[in-house]
Design a protein around this ligand. Structure first.
Ligand code: SF4
Length: 481
């Protein structure tokens, strides 16, 4: 099938709406820092580079100091970015060339920039656009892939793809478009698993949902029928309904938003929001669940902050109120609470059908289950021992699986004698938040020889809303005979 070029105007509008916060992800204070960071970013994530450069620039703050650096010292400082020997050689040589040829200043034209050691056309374009505001459209691995999937180019080299893109889009939009396409490639149109179902460009994309072969992999893109709007039935992109700039302070809610195709609306997360993996590199962290940085949240200008009562302290909600930032707190202590939260979030975020389908399926799964099964103690910590009580989400998950939760209420700390006194039939050891492993399992099995001591997937047990069904399924799979 012949591929049709998508409507470039519609594409630009959609990208601008989906990624209003798209910008250079490499931290830098001046053109020199940017060129060094860009050289280091080859075959490395921007997040990793950002962790590396503060120490490097503290030691070598300018071209003069870097030009006289010892190779071994520079290597040690940038080792974690990979290919460190070559990169150290290049950044030192580049700094020396700046002193020799340009009086220690970075040139602001493509020819002279690209002639510096370690600086090819792509790096030069990144520097021109971000340090000097010169329209340029550097094609990296993400843009190369996305442009070809979208039918914007059929070329086989980044240089030719760049030329095609520059012909298609107006010069004044090259810089934002560069960042938006990178964000899109990282967040949605991933190399191995593009999330076409959640893609705001779906109805403009000739390869989405496996309509034709993916030029990146040569395969048809995988798609589960019935889960997504299809190209012939265009729907408003999800970003047009409900809050558009969401900060999630609850790891499992962050994962839920991605599952519902709302990734492009997440503008902030906690450092514990680590799933899916790409979120760490693309969405800024605002601190922990218990100590979120309100200034960072305010600077992200969210129109909604998501909280959970157990997970986040009430001071966070009070601080948000004082700053005039809208927030919504949920309380998840049972599986029924999950059903209510799905419905409410679905309505709030403009995805009611997905939410209702999920809620209905869980309601059906909770009907007619046998209760009062084996007495089950769920331990969540060692040194001191702590259990998940009967009135917690984990307790209800155990109950709804046909087991009888024991362990008191809340998350009690247990002395050795108190632990022994429970005499459980089953002891569950989730792999989170404490990293229980086979050794702990063996120790507890000796301690409770009559009981069955089982290691269980901690995320399936505790990531309510995003993994509720998975947790239920795993506990129901325990053989009770
Ligand atoms: S529809 Fe799929 S292949 Fe096309 S741009 Fe979106 S995620 Fe990529």
């Amino acid at each position: 099938m012949r591929r049709k070029k998508p409507d470039s105007k519609a594409l630009m509008d959609r990208l601008a709406k989906a990624y209003p916060d798209a910008k250079c992800a490499l931290d830098h204070r001046d053109p020199f820092e940017l060129v060094v960071a860009t050289i280091l970013s080859a075959q490395c994530t921007d997040a990793r580079v950002n962790l590396t450069t503060p120490a490097l620039f503290a030691r070598f703050p300018d071209p003069a100091s870097l030009a006289s650096a010892r190779q071994e010292e520079a290597e040690a400082l940038i080792k974690s970015t990979g290919f460190f020997r070559n990169k150290a050689k290049n950044i030192i040589a580049m700094a020396q060339a700046l002193l020799d040829r340009h009086d220690g200043q970075l040139p602001d034209n493509l020819e002279q920039l690209a002639a510096l050691p370690g600086v090819g056309q792509k790096t030069a374009n990144v520097v021109l656009a971000n340090a000097f505001d010169v329209p340029a459209l550097a094609v990296d691995t993400h843009i190369f892939r996305v442009a070809r999937r979208l039918g914007l180019s059929t070329a086989n080299t980044p240089e030719k793809v760049e030329a095609d893109l520059c012909k298609t889009f107006p010069r004044e939009l090259w810089i934002p478009l560069h960042h938006q396409l990178i964000f899109h490639g990282r967040r949605v149109c991933e190399a191995r698993k593009p999330d076409c179902d959640a893609c705001p460009l779906l109805d403009l994309c000739p390869t989405g949902l496996g309509q034709i072969k993916d030029p990146h992999t040569g395969l048809r893109l995988a798609h589960t029928p019935g889960q997504a709007p299809v190209a012939s039935q265009p729907q408003p992109p999800p970003s047009e309904i409900g809050p558009k700039r969401i900060v999630s302070l609850v790891p499992s809610m962050t994962e839920l938003l991605v599952q519902w195709g709302l990734a492009q609306r997440i503008v902030g997360r906690t450092r514990y929001c680590i799933s899916p993996k790409w979120i760490r590199a693309t969405v800024p962290s605002v601190g922990g669940t218990k100590d979120a940085d309100l200034t960072k949240i305010r600077d992200l200008a969210p129109d909604l902050v998501l909280l959970e009562k157990d997970e986040n302290p009430k001071e966070t909600a009070e601080g948000l109120t004082a700053l005039g930032i809208p927030w919504r707190v949920f309380e998840i202590k049972t599986l029924k609470d999950c059903i209510g939260a799905w419905r409410e979030l679905g309505t709030l975020l403009g995805v009611p059908d997905q939410a209702k389908a999920r809620a209905k399926a869980l309601e059906g799964a909770l009907k007619g289950r046998k209760k009062k099964g084996p007495r089950t103690l769920t331990l969540i910590w060692k040194g001191p021992w702590m259990a998940a009580g009967e009135d917690t989400y984990l307790g209800d998950l155990v109950r709804q699986s046909g087991l009888t939760p024991i362990g008191g209420n809340g998350y009690p700390t247990l002395g050795e004698e108190e632990l022994d006194a429970f005499v459980p039939d089953i002891v569950l050891l989730p792999t989170e938040p404490y990293r229980f492993n086979a050794r702990h399992q063996g120790e507890l099995q000796k301690r409770f020889p009559e009981a069955r001591v089982l290691l269980v997937d901690g995320q399936a047990m505790t990531w309510y809303l995003s993994r509720t069904e998975e947790g239920l399924e795993q506990l129901r799979a325990i053989d009770l005979d």
